[in-house]
Design a protein around this ligand. Structure first.
Ligand SMILES: Cc1cc2nc3c(=O)[nH]c(=O)nc-3n(C[C@H](O)[C@H](O)[C@H](O)COP(=O)(O)OP(=O)(O)OC[C@H]3O[C@@H](n4cnc5c(N)ncnc54)[C@H](O)[C@@H]3O)c2cc1C
Length: 387
């Protein structure tokens, strides 16, 4: 067992950290306040290879391993969780599944513009009446002879406004609800119309959109994997994607911990730094311990994935623990800062708002518990749950 990162992993971690400290963190409060999507930032991340960190070089990626990519997400999210989710969805939920499930033609056509950051990717599964129960989706892909005509609406699609490539799920079996008969399609930005920009509790530097696809005709070259096997694509995608969300939770909490620890050393009450009080010391000890535990779970899941080993249970544990830890410990960071923690003078209230979403997207905590319980009981994994 080796707990050391490799020199290459350290290098990409440091590269991202330094970039994030210089180019992201100083602007994060403003982007949050003004709900600004930092469009230009992604060209800079692309120049560093970070829009395709774990994609092979032959497809325009940086050729790093999956754990390196997880370190990138952690560092980006430490500076701004909205940037973290934008890159996470782009990479784990769009580029990687096209690489994994695409045929040669699809890989060489769709992956390089994504891996080089020329296009942003969006993953379109959720609908108004199909969230955790993703098998209830109603978007239709009706056969035309040469391909399909796709019609439907999707909800809360990260990157929707700016995406050049959508991985979109639709029924190819008429209207029978359930996982069977769902197929995965690769669409272009022009195939999709954005109908809404969602207002959220946090993650204000990311965009979350409702979209519609209005009778768009596509050929067979747009079908990813086999007809009727789209649910397998979606579930495999979320299996890996949730490790990225767990890394996001760790990054946010690290940022909160850093602020809380420094504040505790500076702030004085009753004639001494509040870090002298045992109550504050215990909070910092718990934060540090839970951060370590979450990080170890995340790195284990990432390592298993990069070895090509099963990681469904381990990824679910990482996401469940890291996201609940992030919600708990960002609240503790506010508590350590007292009234200042509740104000916009310090970033911890933003960390708290941003942390909450990690318990919801890419499978809620309830769904993660379902996945873990099924694994430990030796039951077949649910095929219908988004998680
Ligand atoms: C900011 C943001 C970004 C998002 N980005 C994307 C994206 O890019 N692409 C995309 O496709 N989707 C995206 N989503 C959607 C997200 O994945 C869903 O919100 C999530 O899967 C939960 O679905 P739901 O909101 O419909 O909740 P529901 O499924 O309606 O769940 C409501 C509650 O019931 C619980 N519940 C449901 N089923 C069960 C069960 N079987 N057992 C126990 N409890 C259960 C849930 O855990 C939850 O507490 C995003 C959402 C948000 C808020």
């Amino acid at each position: 067992m080796d707990f050391e990162l490799s020199p290459e992993q350290r290098e990409i971690q440091m590269l991202t950290r330094e970039f994030a400290q210089a180019e992201i963190e100083p602007h994060a409060a403003e982007w949050d306040r003004e709900h600004r999507f930092p469009r230009d930032l992604y060209a800079k991340l692309a120049e560093l290879g970070l829009m395709g960190a774990c994609l092979p070089e032959e497809y325009g990626g940086a050729g790093a391993d999956f754990l390196s990519y997880i370190l990138v997400l952690e560092e980006l999210s430490r500076a701004d969780a909205g940037v973290g989710v934008t890159v996470a969805v782009h990479t784990s939920a769009v580029t990687l599944p096209i690489l994994t499930f695409g045929n040669d033609e699809q890989r060489s056509r769709f992956v390089p513009p994504l891996a080089r950051g020329e296009h942003l990717g969006a993953f379109a599964l959720t609908e108004a009446e199909a969230g955790s129960d993703a098998g209830a989706l109603r978007t239709r892909a009706d056969p035309t002879g040469r391909g399909w005509r796709i019609t439907g609406s999707k909800q809360w699609i990260t990157n929707g406004t700016y995406a050049g490539t959508f991985l979109l799920f639709a029924r190819t079996d008429g209207q029978t609800p359930g996982a069977r008969g769902v197929s995965a399609f690769v669409l272009d930005g022009e195939h999709v119309r954005v109908t809404r920009d969602e207002e959220k509790l946090g993650l204000n530097s990311s965009v979350t959109n409702d979209i519609v696809v209005e009778g768009v005709e596509v050929g067979r070259d747009r079908l990813l994997h086999e007809e009727g096997k789209g649910f397998r694509v979606a579930m495999a995608t979320l299996d890996g994607g949730r490790i990225g969300i767990a890394a996001q939770a760790v990054g946010i909490t690290q940022a909160a911990y850093d602020v809380a620890r420094e504040y505790a050393k500076e702030r004085r009450a009753f004639g001494r730094p509040i870090a002298d009080f045992q109550a504050i010391q215990h909070k910092l000890a718990n934060m540090s311990m839970e951060l370590d535990a979450a990080r170890l779970l995340v790195y284990r899941a990432a390592w298993l994935k990069q070895q090509g080993r099963p990681h469904t249970e381990e990824g679910a544990k990482a996401k469940l623990f890291a996201s609940e830890m992030a919600r708990r410990q960002t609240a503790e960071a506010i508590q350590i800062l007292g009234g200042y923690g509740y104000t916009k003078e310090f970033p911890v209230e933003r960390y708290y708002r941003d942390a909450k979403i990690t318990e919801i997207y890419e499978g809620t905590s309830e769904i993660q518990r379902l996945v873990i319980a099924r694994a430990v009981l030796g039951l077949k994994q649910p095929v219908l749950a988004q998680g």
